[in-house]
Design a protein around this ligand. Sequence first.
Ligand code: EPZ
Length: 418
Amino acid sequence: MKSYIVEGGHCLKGEVSVSGSKNAALPIIAATLLNRGISTLYHVPKIHDTKIMLEILEILGCQIHINSDKIVIDSSKVDRYEIPECLMREMRSSVILAGAIIGRYKRARFSYPGGCDIGARPIDLHLEAFKKMGIEIEEESGFIHCSCDKITGAEIALDFPSVGATENIILAAVLAEGKTVIKNAAMEPEIIDLQNFLNEMGACVSGAGTKEIEIIGVSELHQVTYKVMPDRIEAGTLLCAAAITGGDVVIKEVNTDHLTPVIHKLEECGCEFQIFPEELYIKAPQRLKAVDIKTMPYPGFPTDMQSIFSSILTNAKGTSVIIENIFENRYKYTSELKRMGAKITIEGKTAVIKGVKKLSGTSVNSTDLRGGAALVIAGLVAKGETKINHIEYILRGYENLDEKLRKLGANIRKEEGE
Ligand code: EPZ
């Protein structure tokens, strides 16, 4: 079990650069299966989840070369269409490969991704959309078999603007016959990045970033070189680290347009900003003011920032009300924050946080990726040392988080454990 040991009380200062986006890189890596040639990707974060996705591609027959700044994927010899169950279970977001495999092979076989630490995570919207595109779905003892003679473009209205379902439909539609229109599509920036990558490869996708996306099927794609967008959630996490410590920090290599809801909430907390297109400067007050948060699909406040933002509110001045509208089980981390002295009550999808003057360092356990990050952020101001255990969760989605925080003056070290 790996842990972080954080000594609280250090105000963060200086500048730090953001890595490539996990949630843009994963669907883009999946999309390389559609291209029967070479895809060269830059700015892919070296984290557990991208490692797993690349392992699955290798099992499917891709040849992959990874060096310091780029990943070269040769999909010309892909000859399998089954996602290994063990890896599917290890990373539920590998369901995004289904659309790409079906797009290329007209069939796919994978196990139900199953729930995870933050909720049931069903894929009904994905499967309903595939059926509308002429794909036959058979479910048998936990496995899903998809097959068709051809994929036919269709008009698909999503009941909920699901990010994964939107991405899977796009991937299945790129080589389909005819036009596919997605209504009530997710508008997250990661979907714009996927659209840009696919169009670089010769696809015909438009409308990403709006509620309606159109994909005109093409017959083939060609090799591509692409740089993945910056990670807006990592950027938000670093901003919150600066905010809770009364810091004075410059975040570089970021797309500030993607951070609007987080910046606005931090301004409400009393932080001041200087904002440029690819970097921003945050100056935090000695003590933050309480604010209310409602998570919503983009461009609303991101659910992935809910736990991290809640952690900075635990020692703000006043009481904050958080409403988590996206996932049904995304408050597990709060029991660990309460062990540090936070005053939090949960009722259904609402958390009420009464700011306290001081948190106390102790041993806490990460419950999931963003919940673990929330504990690190709280440890930055807690009295004494905080030991955050099971940081494997955090390493799934953050590239060198401890290094980045140390660069800003935090006292944080990694303990390998047995
Ligand atoms: C993506 O997950 C992200 N993951 C999540 O980030 C993020 O929290 C989420 O989008 C929302 O922004 C990746 O991009 C790899 P959804 P995804 O489909 O696609 C329900 C992180 O921390 N739903 O938009 O799984 C679902 O249960 C991760 O980086 C259905 O009911 O999210 C959830 O309540 C966590 N049926 C809601 O929609 C479906 O078929 C949002 O899910 C699909 C989803």
